[in-house]
Design a protein around this ligand. Sequence first.
Ligand SMILES: Nc1nc2c(ncn2[C@@H]2O[C@H](COP(=O)(O)OP(=O)(O)O)[C@@H](O)[C@H]2O)c(=O)[nH]1
Ligand SMILES: [Mg+2]
Length: 382
Amino acid sequence: MIDSALLYVLIAVVLLVVAVGALVFVRTRAGKTEQPTVRTAPPVEKPPAEEPAEAPVDLVEEEEPAAPVAPEIEKPEPAAGRMQRLRARLARSQSSLGRGLLALIARDKLDDETWEEIEDTLIAADVGVEPTQELVEKLRTRMRVEGIDDPEGARHALREELIALVDPSFDRTVASAGSDGEPGVVLLVGVNGTGKTTTVGRIARVLVAEEKSVLLAAADTFRAAAADQLQTWGERVGSQTVRGPEGGDPASVAFDAVKRGSEEDIDTVLVDTAGRLHTKAGLMDELGKVKRVIEKQAPVTEVLLVIDATTGQNGLVQARVFAEVVDVTGVVLTKLDGTAKGGIVIAVQRELGVPVKLVGLGEGADDLAPFVAQDFVDALLD
Ligand SMILES: Nc1nc2c(ncn2[C@@H]2O[C@H](COP(=O)(O)OP(=O)(O)O)[C@@H](O)[C@H]2O)c(=O)[nH]1
Ligand SMILES: [Mg+2]
């Protein structure tokens, strides 16, 4: 009796376990198949109600004076002092570099081995071999000559030498004003994904905050989405975007924009370009053409090369190639918030002989800061 009762209970338990197991299996399977659809990447910059790609004839965006865009226009914040505001982000990403350096230089005994470790730390942060050796040489000499043997003195000397290396004497203003009644023309170049379009949008905001009139040129004609992305940035601050047909000639879009900027007394035309594959000679030639064609109308006042700081040495290779095609006059270093390799600031300035003028320190609309050497070094050593 008892045995058979036990048997029934046992069978019931086994059945229950099997049933629950089957249920769990089916559920996880269902969950798995659902996941991809749930996770489809949200298109961040796509405007909500965009007309499908404009008629492929008119390069100039239609003007609709009736469209009440005014209420939605944002008031961007001015750029001054932004690096101070964003310093914490920079400090966070660079903390290992700064802490490492400070710990090493504060050691009681600065022997050859310690100096080598200091060199390694700097090189690991992308400062570059040559500038690193220069810095260490100068620091060693200075500490010997001045008889510095306390951590505070060492820290002070390190700070000063780092600032000298970043070079505060560079003129880092972005030449956004034109002359002779022409608009200033700022051309942004760089590899795909470095942050060109975002930077155009952010510069537009800075200029609008300074009460300047801005016109955007969508000379990245490879994908309609690229022009949409730019136009959205413009709409947020009430600036118009000149765009062309998808796959159209980027040089003609840029030319039309500058011509229109000239006719409408616009202060600055910002030209967004496609992410040239720097290995493809044909595409690079096209970039040279964009600049030459613009200059039939007005001089290009600034060529900003956008480099993603997280790409390290690769960024330097890009810099070299771009500099051969267009005269780069300034560098924008983006995503400095996401890397401990801030030494690239020093390396890229060495490479091109032009200053880092702006740095990207986050994904927000106003997270672009005019570069300040002292603030940068202080953030490193925070
Ligand atoms: N964290 C961070 N992300 C950035 C920064 N600048 C740009 N981005 C991101 O980089 C991605 C590519 O930017 P985009 O402007 O489309 O690059 P483009 O292909 O050169 O035009 C976007 O997701 C941006 O939000 C920055 O300073 N910090
Ligand atoms: Mg782009």
